[in-house]
Design a protein around this ligand. Structure first.
Ligand SMILES: [Fe+2]
Ligand SMILES: [Fe+2]
Length: 354
């Protein structure tokens, strides 16, 4: 369990109840996993006391071993509990943790302004729908994606995107979180340079779909914190062609959406992939996608790296990617984004995150 969890989450392990309460009060966890052997009185007693404490509302996964299920009075109440029975599977446990975190995240979304909540609910449903289509070998249908992304364009037009960009970071499906952030930022880019709402819709949809091919990549490669081996790198970079194939087989997918997916890792100096295209072959859409993808990856929340602010990300891009990205477009994007972050009432200059 420790091995599985530390790959994706900050994980703290306690053998004694008092240590666990102390640790959790210091740093409130998103989910508590309880085994049977907590000292001094075992997991059932610990669960009962947790439910009577100030941490009563934490979601719990109870790892039920030979002693069986926890007593009913320890599992009632408002807070979520999932009971996982032996033999424990690695993927089963990770899925249970992700499900509880995401329930909690979605409950948090209810407190957001309606326009932001709508984007998050609509695009999550569309994204999961598309993922199911891919997993079951059916063509991706553009209709539901386009419908969901209308609310992204609305939110951008109403300057509600900062809260949205932050809210989706907490979601435990990194692919969804990154894709919606790219879609929102692309729509903002389109809005900034004066494109029509139809084009902005295409850009939002392209962002939501741009990394679909990653669905087939094993999580151990996708979330690997360190350097990838050559083989893992090839699998990772292969997501661009897989995505392009999925979209070309899809129903009614606009050409612009395929351009975003196919070219978002291409660089002006020819150093990108999969085709090593260079400046003359990269149109504005491809250039904007490359900027937004890099910026989003830098400012996304990842378990293995500290979060970068928007300013830090722009500085790093200007310092290291001057030949790879379109600096004129970057300057436009930077100005509008930093302006928005600074004037965001919920965040602003305090932290400068987006
Ligand atoms: Fe990508
Ligand atoms: Fe991406």
């Amino acid at each position: 369990m420790r091995d599985a969890a530390t790959q994706f989450y900050d994980f703290a392990e306690y053998r004694r109840e008092a240590d666990a309460f102390g640790g959790m009060e210091e740093k409130r966890p998103s989910v508590v996993l309880i085994g049977e052997k907590v000292a001094p009185d075992g997991g059932f007693a610990f669960l009962r006391r947790l439910r009577q404490s100030a941490l009563a509302d934490l979601p719990v996964i109870f790892l039920a071993g030979p002693s069986g299920l926890p007593p009913p009075e320890a599992t009632v109440g408002e807070a979520a509990i999932l009971i996982v029975t032996e033999p424990f599977s690695r993927t089963g446990l990770i899925k249970a943790v992700a499900a509880l975190i995401n329930d909690d995240v979605r409950r948090g979304w209810r407190a957001l302004p309606k326009i932001q909540r709508q984007v998050l609910d609509d695009t999550l449903a569309a994204f999961n729908h598309v993922a199911t289509l891919i997993e079951t070998g059916r063509p991706v249908d553009y209709g539901p994606v386009e419908a969901a992304c209308r609310s992204v364009v609305d939110a951008v037009g109403n300057r509600q995107f900062c809260g949205l960009l932050r809210a989706v970071k907490a979601h435990d499906d990194y692919s969804f979180s990154h894709s919606l952030r790219v879609g929102t930022l692309l729509s903002l880019f389109g809005h900034t340079i004066g494109l029509s709402s139809g084009d902005q819709l295409l850009m939002a949809s392209g962002g939501l779909l741009h990394d679909l091919g990653k669905i087939a990549i094993p999580p151990a490669v996708l979330n690997k914190p360190g350097r990838l081996t050559d083989r893992e790198m090839a699998v990772m970079q292969g997501h661009v062609e897989v995505t392009a194939q999925i979209l070309k087989r899809g129903t009614r997918i606009p050409k612009g959406v395929i351009t975003i997916a196919a070219n978002h890792h291409e660089k002006l100096d020819g150093s990108g992939y999969p085709n090593g295209l260079a400046a003359p072959q990269l149109d504005e859409l491809a250039r904007m996608s490359a900027i937004v993808d890099v910026f989003s990856a830098m400012t996304d929340r990842r378990p293995y790296k500290p979060e970068m602010t928007a300013e830090q990300a722009f500085r790093l891009i200007v310092d290291t990617m001057g030949r790879q990205l379109d600096m004129h477009l970057l300057a436009l994007f930077r100005e509008v984004l930093l302006d928005a972050v600074r004037s965001d009432p919920d965040d602003g200059a305090r932290r400068g995150t987006a």
